[in-house]
Ligand binder design. Structure first.
Ligand code: GDP
Length: 433
């Protein structure tokens, strides 16, 4: 998928444009405790193209002076994006900081589309000619607050997308990534896995290699480990900006079937762990909670159970994720990880036959009658699976408003009990017929 980054000075309206371009997807985000609401990365659509959008303004760089921040944002965009939207404020004209950024972008040879924001009324469009001087061709007048001019801008952006994506995925290969705060042991775990597994392949037939991917094979199953935040490549920006590593993690999550969320048994669970885990959940990927550095914990028959209870209470929204305890250092229990990845991945891609699904739903309803709201009873007509990765079900009902959250949750649990969706989120949508 192509990546588009928005670059511009503070207050030119980057977040507004970001939200406009991403559209309603933002508002359907679940309210999960610990999941950030200031999103810097999201999926957007225009005509037949789906792409990923980065708001570089959300990349916190601390108290750096404006010019330093702008330079870092531009660097992120140049590194990560296929097309860069350079956003300016039409009320202020071209500032010195804008010119500085323009120079950097120009040198990168990446396609740049200039968008001039806050052009709220037609008379202002006369002033657009000034922006040709930046050297990126036609500038696009837009208004984020009024939603004007975005269509033309998107046409220009999409016009720069490469014809075909350069990274293909192979259907029966399991893609997974490791995420977690710095020093939880992501690199160590990858290295241990690679030393342990019998076959490491340099390439899998039928796929185009991405520089940072690692391929391995076990029991005739191909796996690809997707590198996240500078596990191997540690550049300047990678270290200086924390959110930048989040960005890399988000990109890795997106390509993954299964995401391993690492927790450090030595330091315990931190607020940041929840936030990171929230990204994987939100993306609808299969998730495994990996408690690393288990060698540092003095174990008896109780310790694992206790730690598990703690993990469960902190990650309520990941109740479907299995917990794997291991040590990347001593390789203790390491052998349990690959099988857990395989199971989670299979469940993530599982399809349930409609008749079997409906038997389960009807049994559930017989056991726990549908709720009534203001004298009207919810009637469930039938259900069907509409997607995999994650498994998604549409339940056809007389009136979707009568579908209570708690009843939906009850149906979800029944579906889980019946079909064993360990490791994967599942989605249920109520629709009227
Ligand atoms: P990353 O930043 O998540 O990639 O973490 P690293 O893999 O660089 O590991 C951070 C530190 O934790 C290093 O000093 C590792 O040696 C150490 N470490 C990693 N895994 C384990 C483990 O299972 N047990 C112990 N005791 N230390 C570990």
């Amino acid at each position: 998928k192509s990546v588009v980054a928005i670059v511009g000075r503070p207050n030119v309206g980057k977040s507004t444009i970001f939200n406009r371009l991403v559209g309603e997807r933002i508002s359907i985000v679940e309210d999960i405790p610990g999941v950030t609401r200031d999103r810097i990365y999201a999926q957007a659509e225009w005509l037949t193209s789906t792409f990923n959008l980065i708001d570089t303004g959300g990349i916190e760089i601390g108290d750096e002076p404006l010019l330093v921040q702008m330079r870092q944002q531009a660097e992120v965009a140049i590194d990560e994006a296929d097309v860069i939207v350079f956003l300016l404020n039409g009320r202020e004209g071209i500032t010195a900081a804008d010119e500085e950024v323009a120079k950097l972008l120009f040198k990168s040879n990446k396609p740049v589309v200039v968008a001039v924001n806050k052009m709220d009324n037609p008379e202002m469009r006369e002033e657009i000619y000034e922006y040709y001087s930046l050297g990126f061709g036609e500038p696009y007048p837009i208004s984020g607050s009024h939603g004007l001019g975005l269509g033309d801008l998107l046409d220009a952006v999409v016009g720069y997308f490469p014809e075909i994506s350069d990274v293909e995925t192979k259907e029966d290969t399991i893609y997974f990534s490791l995420i977690g705060r710095p020093n939880v042991g992501k690199s160590s775990l990858v290295n241990s896995m690679l030393n342990e597994e019998r076959v490491i392949v340099s390439e899998i037939e039928g796929t185009t290699r991405e520089a940072t991917d690692t391929y391995l094979k076990r029991d005739d199953q191909d796996y690809v480990i997707i590198d996240t935040a500078g596990m191997r490549k540690r550049g300047k920006v990678y270290e200086t900006t924390e959110k930048y590593s989040v960005l890399r993690a988000l990109k890795a999550i997106e390509r993954s079937d299964v995401v391993l969320v690492l927790i450090d048994a030595e330091t315990g669970i931190r607020e940041q762990d929840k936030k990171i885990a929230g990204y994987a959940h939100e993306a609808g990927r299969a998730v495994i909670l990996v408690v690393n550095k288990w060698d540092t914990v003095e174990t008896n028959e109780k310790t694992m159970k206790e730690f598990e209870t703690k993990v469960r209470s902190h990650f309520l929204f990941l109740d479907y994720a299995p917990i794997v305890f291991l040590s990347a250092k001593t390789k203790k229990r390491l052998h349990t990880l690959i099988p857990a990845i395989k199971v989670a991945s299979e469940n993530h891609a599982k399809r349930i036959q409609t008749n079997v699904l409906n038997d389960v739903i009807m049994d559930a309803i017989a056991m726990n009658p549908t709720p009534t709201v203001k004298g009207k009873r919810l009637k469930v007509l039938y259900a069907t699976q509409v997607a995999v990765k994650p498994p998604s079900f549409v339940v056809f009902v007389n009136n979707p408003e009568l579908m209570h959250f708690s009843y939906e949750r009850f149906l979800e649990n029944k579906i889980r009990d019946a079909f064993g969706f360990v490791g994967t989120p599942i989605k249920i949508f109520a629709r009227s017929r």
